[in-house]
Design a protein around this ligand. Structure first.
Ligand code: ARG
Length: 455
């Protein structure tokens, strides 16, 4: 394809390091699409004849069918997807194929193909995140008032509801969707027509090509168009943050499934066994989602490191952009789908959660709040009194709401039996009705909001 001034072929090792076809054959559909937009524009601008353009378009259709049928032979000596397709086009239609590359370079070609691919990956991530949000919302609807321990430092803090906990992730995944959407909007410009780096003397119509490819507009600067991969980096940043969020849910699932917690169970469909320990029911999918975060975050670091310090415009380093993105996209999409499956399968164990919620005096804050509200104590003093009651409860081995009133009165003489109703976990949860709080009434308001958003 570029052999005019070359006498000999490349060394074996040169071919090996240069070839990217094994990776970038995944851009075949985008390459065909961009070539069609390009040749249609060339014909409309009378840069190639209508007859040649039609022959090229027919040839591209045939190649598409060959690829779909698994009949297309990808050849390493042809380096990459662009040259593989162009070479096959020449076999199919003859010399007219050579006109396709008029006013185009592989530099704007690959930038365009890859943008199209990454834009689709943003849309796929969005759709998968939506499914996951819906699964979480369904759990929240069923468990708007299922009480579980709320933790800070993984120590019992205050009781919350499982529905509230699920909705926290709905919020996080909504922001992940926002990040993919922002990235998609920013990458919505077409590099095609930038040619090698400086533009082209041919009277091309970049607006037309951009429109044909569904881009909002052509990129304004041809150097930027072929050199920039920050669109891919943004996708990877969004993917990395999303996978970090996923890993937190995954970690919670792993904890919740452990018999030491016993908060949730999975059906056999999402459980694996051990080859030695017959009793085991392992949450492998959650562990793998947690583990794949390393791969996805690693992909971001990989591409960031490739781009760092790279002089304009195109350099072959940029060919290393695709393994990073493909690897991250595969891992992310698998993780999102697996997580949606797990969240649908997951069976919260209300009784175990309720029992755990009562352990560790999680209503001590409610006691302090009562001392403030009913006895007019400053919060710091109330905190101190409640702490002393907790200490006494531990000595008596009783939950807070079972500590006899006289015991409490030895600590704070003004205490009355009115305090007991606020010390149950139900009362605690119900009382937290501030905006965004865990009271079931609040949780139902959030559910109503999300139901509207997610349908
Ligand atoms: N396979 C190359 C890549 O992915 C295509 C662009 C090659 N351009 C060049 N000037 N050699 O970056």
């Amino acid at each position: 394809m570029w052999g005019g001034r070359f006498g000999e072929g490349p060394a074996k090792i040169m071919e090996e390091i240069n070839a990217s076809i094994e990776i970038d054959k995944r851009l075949a559909a985008q390459d065909l699409r961009a070539s069609r937009a390009h040749v249609e524009m060339l014909a409309a601008q009378k840069i190639v004849s209508q007859a040649d353009a039609e022959a090229i378009l027919r040839g591209l259709d045939d190649i598409e069918t060959e690829i779909a049928d698994g009949r297309f032979e990808f050849r390493r000596e042809l380096e990459d997807i662009h040259l593989n397709i162009e070479s096959r086009l020449a076999e199919l239609i003859g010399p007219a194929a050579g006109r396709l590359h008029t006013a185009r370079s592989r530099n704007d070609q690959v930038a365009t193909d890859f943008r199209l691919w990454v834009r689709e990956a943003c849309a796929r991530a969005d759709a998968l995140l939506l499914e996951l949000q819906r699964a979480l919302l369904a759990q929240a609807e069923t468990h708007a008032d299922t009480i579980m321990p709320g933790f800070t430092h993984l120590q019992p803090a205050q009781p919350v509801t499982f529905g509230h906990h699920c909705l926290a992730y709905v919020e996080m995944f909504a922001r992940d969707r926002g990040r993919f959407a922002d990235a998609a909007t920013r990458m919505d410009e077409s590099p095609l027509g930038a040619a090698a780096l400086a533009g082209t003397p041919f009277p091309i119509d970049r607006e037309r090509m951009a429109k044909a490819l569904g881009f909002a507009r052509p990129m304004r600067n041809s150097l930027d168009a072929v050199a920039s991969r920050d669109f891919a980096l943004e996708y990877l940043a969004a993917a990395a943050i999303c996978s970090i969020n996923l890993s937190r849910l995954a970690e919670e699932i792993v904890l919740w499934c452990s018999p030491a917690f016993g908060f949730v169970k999975f059906s056999d469909a999402f459980t694996t066994g051990s080859s030695i320990m017959p009793q085991k029911r392992n949450p492998d999918a959650a562990e793998l989602v947690r583990g794949k975060t390393g791969r996805i975050l690693g992909s971001f670091v990989m591409l960031a490191s490739v781009l760092k310090g790279l002089a304009l415009a195109y350099a072959k380093d940029l060919q290393e952009d695709k393994p990073a993105v493909f690897e991250a996209a595969d891992a992310l999409e698998l993780s999102l789908a697996a997580m949606a499956g797990m969240m649908t399968d997951l069976q919260p164990q209300a009784e175990a959660m309720r029992k755990a919620a009562a352990a560790g005096h999680p209503t001590a804050t409610d006691l302090a709040d009562w001392l403030v509200a009913k006895l007019g104590k400053p919060f710091r003093e109330a905190h101190h009194i409640a702490g002393a009651v907790v200490k006494r409860a531990d000595e008596l081995n009783l939950p807070l709401d079972k500590v006899p009133l006289q015991e409490m009165q030895t600590i704070e003489p003004k205490m009355t039996a009115d305090v007991f109703p606020v010390l149950s976990v139900e009362a605690s949860v119900n009382s937290r009705a501030s905006y965004g709080g865990t009271a079931p009434a609040q949780v139902r308001r959030q559910i109503a909001f999300w139901r509207e958003q997610l349908t």
